[in-house]
Design a protein around this ligand. Sequence first.
Ligand SMILES: [Zn+2]
Length: 208
Amino acid sequence: MERVVVHGTLMDVFGVGVLLVGPRGVGKSETALELIRRGHRLVSDDAVIVECDDSYEYPVGRPPENLAGKMEIRLALAELYCPECGRVYTFSALKMKEGCDCGGDLKLRPIQDKIAVDVAELYGIRALRSRKGIGVVIKMIPGPHHPHHDPSMRPDEPVSSTPSEEEKVVKWVKERDGRVFHLDVVPGRDTATLIETVALQESLRRRR
Ligand SMILES: [Zn+2]
């Protein structure tokens, strides 16, 4: 049996195991929180242990022991500030390149505001699952207007480096007729509803 640890969030949505992957700050935990609020179940947030061998119907994910039932929600990631005039801007790759309105160079300053969420305490024990087979992988991409979107990037350039662990899980899922989707994350877009729709569609497809 093979085992990898991926940076991502695993949810049970309508009985389908949905693994959310993507760069830090794209909104995996926030999306998971919204799905939990709608009655879906969390397997693991931030890191997922995934095991697979030839006999598995799907690769199976579970939380590392120290993360089980826990989520960390970042309220803010970083801001831009100008050391010369003191102006502060919300983070944007474009603004960082442009520089301050005063003409000075902008610097990035991390913000550490985050809250630790005990999922069972807030949403009840039924909001958790101890393990789940992964039938769908959603690669979340910072879309246009997302603070992490880089407009200078060419369309053929990869949005984020996909580590080999993630690629391995994607391969396992594809080999088992699971689905892999890319999803643009844009402020105001209802990412949770899109993921619910993908999961519903997938659960229907399997019953045919
Ligand atoms: Zn300035």
